[in-house]
Design a protein around this ligand. Sequence first.
Ligand code: URP
Ligand code: ZN
Ligand code: ZN
Ligand code: ZN
Length: 479
Amino acid sequence: DGLDLVLRGGTVVTSSDTTRCDVGVRDGRIVVLGSDLPAGARVIDASGLLVLPGGIDSHVHIAQPSGPEVVQADDFQSGTLSAAFGGNTTILPFALQQRGQALRDAVRDYHALADGQCYVDYGFHLIVSDPTDQLLGQDLPALVQDGYTSFKVFMTYEDLRLDDLQILRVMAVAREQGALVMVHAENFDAIRYLTETLEAAGKTAPFFHGPSRPIAVEREATHRAISLAELVDVPIMIVHVSGRDSMEQIRWAQSRGMQIYGETCPQYLVLTEADMGRIHGEGAEMEGAKFVCSPPPRDEASQQACWEGLQTGVFQLFSSDHCPFRFRDTAGKLNLKGRSSFRWVPNGIPGVETRLPILFSEGVAKGRISLNRFVALTATNHARMYGLYPRKGTIAVGSDADLVLWDPERRVTISQSLMHHGADYTPYEGLEVTGWPVTTIVRGQVVIEDGVLRGAPGQGKFLVRGLSEHARPHAPAAF
Ligand code: URP
Ligand code: ZN
Ligand code: ZN
Ligand code: ZN
């Protein structure tokens, strides 16, 4: 049988090896790795390029409502297009349960939005905002068994937060089913108190988003989440860790043998709280809103701590937390991001297209992490953590042919004009990076070739996921 596709002459990189070899693809899978493979129906010259497992971004928000009339800037078509241009072949967005809604109905709604629209493969994490007896007893276990094997709980946000009792109950279901719980760790009441206090003092500019949720707010909630997980004996993932204090909580738990995992994001490596204070250009008093996300970017020492977490293995995942909103509407009027007080600025920034270049440039090109660690942090570990390995996340015979050709020398200045997302800005405008994805291949189909779109929406398929390799509890249930 002939090969459908051969990538010739590239340097193949996995989380453990770097090898000069060709990659042979048939029926969407990698079927042979070796030198001088016979030509396939199609041959792509990869000489001078790295051949990487396609990026897996396991933390993105697409088409997710974030409060009354607050809609995101990406639908599944633009979000996955942006992902593909950024060198990703799989994303894991969220299916958000709204209070009073059955979780099954939420899942159905997100499938309807994504079906036939995606350029890359996708699965869904669940967001549990209303853990009724029905949900805990029937719906959630059934959904885990159907391949939705991870869910996120929020310790803050009026419409999403669970109290500690509810979190414990959700964790118990995760333990029983072998699912992985992702935790948004910030103290709800502390944020409310600080917001109230800042507003009373007239401090409402976007800059005060940072002071409304300082490091202690995140550290306390991280510690509490870890303690709750200890009580249930369930592994958890602390998502979007912003700096040293929370990183150290996770490291402390890990050093005691607890299965506590961590994720950090580009905004915590290259942005700081000062960005939320930016004022320049016209209509600019709200410009800092372009950087508002939670937890907020902090300071240079925090950036350093996040690097340390990535280098030492405290963090297994590097995700974008892509969550785009428009700053201006198409007529140029201030839009959602430009609302009056930081309290009303929707939290979240775009980043699915810039995650890989930022980590490659700041990490690999600057000598902070190895190329193999880069692959682990951006692809392999996501597949292992969320039940997709070895189908996804590596370059091996039998794995899906999800591949990215990466030009390690290309120098790019990140700019909105290069982006394919639905947002009207990138928070990384002007950042110079070395290294860029040039060709993105999903299950053997070329979606982006040399920076040109060749794919079509609908090529990306829904992924039924297995259980996480890392969500197996230590001990049998004690009671
Ligand atoms: O500000 C953020 N991170 N928005 C996205 C939602 C979340 O909490 O991950
Ligand atoms: Zn979150
Ligand atoms: Zn500006
Ligand atoms: Zn998020």
